[in-house]
Write a protein that binds this ligand. Structure first.
Ligand code: G3I
Length: 360
């Protein structure tokens, strides 16, 4: 089911529910509290691990099964989109925190922590910013002021409510060179240290992370983050953690040296986190593909559980009903732990077993 069809179906069910006509599918109400069937969050808590999911706010508001499963299974949530700059400041100086605040309130009602995603990125920027830079009406000095005000305002708005921020997202290329974003082009590399310092000043208790994809193992890109972390921390810049997105594809081999990668950041005294895990496949689904997917989820989680400073494991959505993958990778999908009807896939079972069996 495509994301838009998933949403339409969810909206229809929500209407029927409101009319008292339809009941959510049984699988959404399965008794999760019985013995061996504890939710993931209970198993993760025993391992001193936060297990989280990205949250689609439209689904949260319209799909009762989505809402109840988000609350039951996870002790951490991340806004999939509603804490991004294009959403929180659609017009210059005009802030819209409504959906982000709704997620924070949901998390507080359900005893969940909130990961902040994301302060500085090259994507999903508001049009007033990108067009101002493009037409030259925003020069470098003003851009730095705008960035400072954005980071400070957003982190202060959520002060005390967010335990970790993805301060900068996807700042390196695959070869370890800095990405040519408007930030690098106009401000130079110093924008990274500035963003961390501004975020720390706004909320000294929040832990501040880099975040990127294709950095699960030891490679040129992850090593660029490692080297930058060493340099910035030597300068007293408050860099606390490294976020590893974990968007895998069963068509590629499992990344090499994942645990060694986590361990080298831990040796610096830094946290690590898997922040956006999903494992896509070329459709149609079959048992062999599902088994490979389950093993990839399990191996990433096992690496995290083997390294104490790996403090959270977040999936980028938990049901195939709302995954970002089909819209971005033609012919691929089925990347999440549960299928479109919220039934457990082998990956969900593998994650449960790893959480239950692992000895940290
Ligand atoms: O909100 C608008 C809606 O008003 C409009 O009608 C619709 C028209 O297509 O677009 C909606 O915005 C979409 C937005 O998601 C919210 O649903 C954008 O088109 C769409 O591009 C955007 O995709 C997000 C993507 O980041 C953008 O790069 C995905 O949902 C989100 O899962 C994905 O997440 C990123 C992480 O933030 C960073 N790491 C990679 C990850 C996957 O790309």
């Amino acid at each position: 089911m495509s994301r838009s069809l998933g949403r339409a179906a969810a909206a229809a069910v929500a209407t029927l529910l409101a009319l008292g006509v339809a009941a959510p599918s049984v699988s959404a109400q399965e008794p999760l509290r019985s013995g061996h069937d504890k939710p993931l969050r209970d198993l993760a808590a025993r391992q001193d691990l936060r297990i989280g999911t990205a949250v689609d706010m439209e689904a949260l508001g319209s799909d009762r099964a989505y809402r109840s499963r988000t609350a039951r299974e996870f002790n951490s949530v991340t806004a999939e989109n509603v804490m991004k700059w294009e959403v929180v400041e659609p017009e210059r100086g005009v802030h819209d925190w409504a959906e982000a605040d709704e997620l924070v309130r949901f998390a507080q009602r359900n005893g969940q922590a909130v990961r902040g995603h994301t302060l500085v990125w090259h994507s999903q920027l508001p049009a007033w910013l990108t067009s101002g830079v493009a037409d030259g009406s925003i020069d470098a000095a003003e851009l730095r002021r705008i960035l400072r005000d954005h980071v400070t305002t957003q982190v202060k708005h959520f002060k005390g409510e967010i335990y970790e921020w993805d301060v900068v997202n996807e700042v390196f290329n695959e070869d370890g060179t800095l990405r040519e974003s408007i930030w690098l082009q106009k401000l130079g590399p110093s924008y990274i240290a500035d963003a961390f310092r501004w975020a720390h000043a706004a909320d000294p208790k929040a832990k501040l992370f880099f975040n990127d994809y294709n950095v699960e193992g030891v490679n040129a890109k992850s090593t660029a983050y490692y080297d930058l972390a060493v340099r910035l921390r030597q300068q007293g810049v408050p860099v606390h953690g490294f976020g590893i997105q974990g968007h895998l594809d069963i068509g590629y081999g499992f990344p090499q040296d994942v645990q060694a990668n986590l361990e080298r950041f831990a040796a610096l005294g830094m946290r690590t986190a898997f922040t956006e895990v999903d494992v896509r496949m070329t459709l149609p689904v079959d048992d062999a593909k599902l088994a490979r997917q389950a093993d990839d989820y399990r191996r990433l989680l096992a690496a995290c559980l083997n390294v104490r400073r790996c403090t959270s494991f977040t999936v980028w959505g938990f049901t195939d009903k709302y995954s970002w993958v089909p819209e971005w990778f033609s012919g691929q999908g089925a990347a999440n732990l549960l299928d479109e009807e919220y039934a457990a896939k082998p990956a969900y079972t593998a994650v449960r077993h790893e959480l239950a069996a692992h000895r940290r």
